[in-house]
Design a protein around this ligand. Structure first.
Ligand SMILES: CC(C)(COP(=O)(O)OP(=O)(O)OC[C@H]1O[C@@H](n2cnc3c(N)ncnc32)[C@H](O)[C@@H]1OP(=O)(O)O)[C@@H](O)C(=O)NCCC(=O)NCCS
Length: 171
């Protein structure tokens, strides 16, 4: 049976659940203030996944300015800072859905491209990102505290691709 799940915006009452999921799923953990700060700056891009009235996942993102990964000009970029789904609820499409929803929200803030860092060994996450159009741009040597390398992955926002502004047009 396919269990239903839903995605909604984070609110500050959810903080304990998100901190707990983050601790359970990732070695990169943060103080409450870090989560709340990201929420303050981009509330629409901090999302929660619920299944059977339980919080089972989250995504939090930051809007940054920097040189485009696809050109030379400064642009607004959406940074996926952290995303996780509880092990019991994985492989049901929740991760893909919440990342898509986070990307849509970042576009609402004006992001025209996205980026993230992911452990080289994290095959599940890399496969989800690739299915959403991300490509590995480079290896960040020793990025994590334990010395593991990260992939820097980048993607263009869909609206940019839809408008055919760059090299996305086929011939
Ligand atoms: C990455 C993560 C959020 C994905 O969540 P999810 O709900 O399982 O995602 P989905 O169900 O949408 O997709 C999972 C995909 O990964 C694939 N997958 C699972 N394990 C895999 C593995 N070891 N190698 C390759 N692909 C794998 C599944 O086959 C599925 O792809 P499919 O839809 O084509 O079948 C989840 O694995 C997670 O929370 N991991 C721990 C935290 C983390 O790594 N966060 C990302 C840090 S950058």
């Amino acid at each position: 049976m396919i269990e239903a799940y839903s995605i909604r915006q984070f609110n500050t009452d959810d903080i304990r659940h998100v901190v707990q999921i983050n601790k359970e799923c990732l070695p990169e953990n943060y103080p409450d203030q870090f989560f709340l700060g990201l929420h303050y700056h981009a509330p629409k891009a901090f999302l929660i996944a619920e299944s059977n009235s339980r919080i089972v996942g989250y995504i939090m993102c930051r809007i940054e300015r920097g040189i485009s990964s696809f050109g030379r000009l400064p642009v607004k970029k959406g940074h996926i800072v952290s995303v996780a789904v509880l092990p019991t609820d994985r492989n049901k499409g929740i991760g893909t859905s919440i990342i898509k929803a986070g990307m849509n929200a970042m576009e609402e803030y004006g992001a025209v491209e996205f980026f993230l860092e992911v452990r080289k060994s994290n095959e599940a996450a890399v496969s989800v990102y690739e299915s959403l159009g991300y490509e590995i741009r480079r290896v960040l040597r020793g990025y994590y505290r334990d010395g593991e390398d990260a992939y820097l992955m980048v993607a263009k926002a869909s609206s940019v691709a839809k408008e055919g502004t760059d090299d996305e047009r086929s011939n």
